[in-house]
Design a protein around this ligand. Structure first.
Ligand SMILES: Cc1cc2nc3c(=O)[nH]c(=O)nc-3n(C[C@H](O)[C@H](O)[C@H](O)COP(=O)(O)O)c2cc1C
Length: 396
């Protein structure tokens, strides 16, 4: 019986089985969201993923202060092109005034969805009471969500959280209550605690528990590496949509697979090396057009490693790919592997970013003494402080 159920859970969607993800005025089909990822979900990668599939494609986290100060790189990372519809930006901010002001500015620029990051586990951030420490203080969380919702007007605001700090300090259910009460249109749950970082398996039971406890849509996040994982997550947790992170690093065609599976079709087999090379070139060209060649090619080094992981001979190839300075050098290095190499099974679940470390989360001294306190944590103000923060922010 268990085996039959497991097989059924991995079949493509049946007609009418799933509904579009509704976020206020937005209706998203398939109910698939590209996870906000720092250093990853810039316009070039979002546009590439969108060309393969469909859904909602969220920017990396954009710090409210950097954005409001008009920092050039922050503004570039928040930017888009007119063809991106709906345009979605994730705000990172812990000051309600900044957050409200940024939400208004984004809406004025035509942004149609705003996400808020309350899952960041980076010590530099939690030590000040920011990131994943914020949901520990529901009244502070409420102030921040309220500010964004007011600033955004008709534009839907969603929040993204982790389960909590550690198993003894869980915050996701209270965050769900706050999100719902303050007018967020959905809550995304990365089903790990901040101390787990990216290690182990995401706890899909927590996604089910959250979906059962709120009436706004819950977006499930954690460990979707294949289209079948997304359907399975929706079936076993009752979530309204899925958020896909590491699974699409170097595998943007995952969005084609997801679109197929949600439309009831069996996804195509994964591409051979020759096709991966073409996609990698397409990605590099989009990056060069957006960032300019020097910055784009520096970033492409990590992408080259992610795209080629698991192919036989790729370890040697990566040694040269991590040094490429130009598109031509990248292509010459890639030309050393045969085009007809099949996509390796091992590459589907390979961990392309973040590893399996855990951590002890550092909170400000006395932070837990008054959880009703809604005072915003100290956030960086000067250019130098903002830069140092943005460098430390590795995501949620
Ligand atoms: C490289 C990287 C950068 C990330 N940056 C962000 C971020 O900017 N904002 C955020 O909310 N989460 C960020 N995350 C967390 C992801 O959005 C997602 O919650 C996490 O990777 C779990 O999903 P997955 O198992 O599908 O990867 C980041 C993750 C990675 C791997």
């Amino acid at each position: 019986m268990a085996e039959t159920t497991a097989r059924a859970e991995r079949e493509p969607a049946r007609d009418g089985e799933f509904s579009p993800l509704v976020l206020g005025p937005l209706s998203v089909w398939p109910p698939v969201v590209l996870a906000p990822m720092a250093g990853v979900t810039n316009w070039p990668f979002r546009s590439l993923c969108r060309d393969f599939g469909a859904g909602l494609f969220v920017s990396e986290m954009i710090t409210a202060r950097g954005f409001l100060n008009g920092n050039r790189l922050t503004r570039l990372l928040a930017s888009s092109r007119p063809e991106e519809k709906p345009r979605s930006v994730q705000i990172y901010g812990s000051d309600p005034v900044d957050v409200g002001e940024m939400a208004r500015a984004l809406v004025d620029e035509g942004v149609e969805h705003i996400d808020m990051n309350f899952g960041c586990p980076v010590p530099k951030v939690t030590r000040q009471g920011g990131g994943s420490a914020i949901p520990l203080k529901p009244r502070l969380l409420a102030r921040l969500v309220r500010a964004a919702v007011r600033g955004a007007g008709e534009v839907p605001v969603t929040i993204k959280v982790r389960k909590g700090i550690h198993p003894g300090l869980l915050t996701y259910l209270s965050a769900g209550e706050v999100a719902e009460a303050e007018g967020a249109r959905a809550i995304a749950l990365h089903a790990r605690t901040a101390s787990e970082l990216y290690s182990g398996r995401a706890d899909w039971n927590a996604i089910a528990a959250l979906a059962a406890s709120v009436s706004i849509p819950v977006l499930g996040n954690g460990d979707i590496f294949e289209a079948a994982d997304a359907l399975e997550m929706m079936r076993v947790t009752g979530c309204a949509g899925v958020v896909v992170g590491r699974g699409c690093l170097g595998r943007p065609w995952l969005f084609a697979d997801l679109a197929a599976a949600f439309d009831g079709r069996v996804p195509d087999p994964p591409p051979s090396f020759g096709r991966v090379r073409e996609i990698l070139r397409d990605h590099a060209e989009r990056m060069i057009e957006f960032f300019g060649a020097p910055m784009a090619m520096r970033q492409m080094r990590k992408w080259c490693a992610w795209y080629t992981i698991g192919f036989p001979g790729s370890a040697r190839l990566r040694a040269s790919l991590v040094r490429v300075d130009t598109l031509e050098e990248m292509e010459a290095a890639l030309a050393t592997l045969p085009e007809d190499l099949p996509f390796p099974d091992s590459a589907i679940h390979a961990h392309r970013a973040k590893g399996s470390r855990t951590q002890e989360v550092v909170l400000p001294e006395g932070y837990l003494d008054d959880l009703d306190d809604d005072t915003p944590p100290k956030s960086p103000r000067t250019e130098a402080e903002i830069r140092a923060w943005e460098r430390a922010l590795g995501g949620g």
